[in-house]
Ligand binder design. Structure first.
Ligand code: CA
Length: 225
């Protein structure tokens, strides 16, 4: 089970995070104190830490810095105050993997949690996939076509992984944006179409009449069974 540590001293916010993450199927452990957060993070293995910036005991920046210094590879999402550019920059400097500005929507937070867990491998069940003469290793971002290496970008791997994990099912363009693009920017669904077109050039024998990545008109794509 995917385990998330929440370090947040505002009781309502902490409870809201716990409830929603648990509802999504994650196990959570939470604390309101930075020092206690450090102790918990050291003692147990978490897949993700959601970390508030201003905390009693030890603040979020010091906590993040300390864990990274100790060699922790657990991804960290920082909760930063609205409009504070310096918080954001500092957070990334001390090694946070992502930040989210308060107030945020739960939908946005959950999308980012998912994107980070997917990137770190905590959520992906599929590590390899093969079709036609193409072999994909998602963990290593390695691909071959026949006996030759196939050049795919990390994003193209993630698109293929999402399709492969749901082969035969429709994956909507919105879902691609949420799970492959995550927070980074706010690309349009058109971006998805462009990436799929490029990907088809690389993997389909006849990109104009694709055999594998099938368009589902106006909705999204699916990988042919
Ligand atoms: Ca706080």
């Amino acid at each position: 089970m995917t385990k998330i540590l929440i370090v947040e001293d505002e009781p309502d916010m902490r409870r809201g995070l716990e409830d929603n993450l648990q509802f999504e199927g994650y196990a959570t452990v939470s604390t309101s104190n930075g020092l206690e957060g450090l102790r918990l993070a050291r003692q147990d293995k978490f897949d993700l830490i959601i970390l508030d910036l201003m905390l009693p005991g030890m603040d979020g920046l010091d906590l993040c810095r300390q864990l990274k210094r100790e060699g922790s590879s657990t991804p960290i999402i920082m909760l930063t105050a609205k409009g504070s550019e310096s918080d954001r920059v500092m957070g990334l400097e001390v090694g946070a993997d992502d930040y989210i500005t308060k107030p945020f929507s739960l939908r946005e937070l959950l999308a980012r949690v998912k994107a980070i867990l997917r990137r770190s491998g905590a959520l992906s069940s599929l590590s390899e996939f093969q079709f036609d003469d193409i072999y994909l290793h998602f963990g290593r971002y390695e691909a071959t076509k026949g006996s030759r290496p196939l050049q795919l970008s990390p994003r193209e791997f993630e698109i293929l992984r999402l399709l492969a994990e749901h082969r035969g099912e429709i994956v909507t363009r919105e879902r691609f944006l949420e799970e492959v693009w995550g927070y980074e920017s706010a690309p349009s669904t058109r971006t998805v179409d462009n990436h799929i077109a490029k990907l088809r050039q690389k993997i389909e024998a006849d990109p104009d009449n694709p055999k594998y990545i099938i368009t589902v008109h106006r909705i999204g794509y699916k990988f042919a069974l």
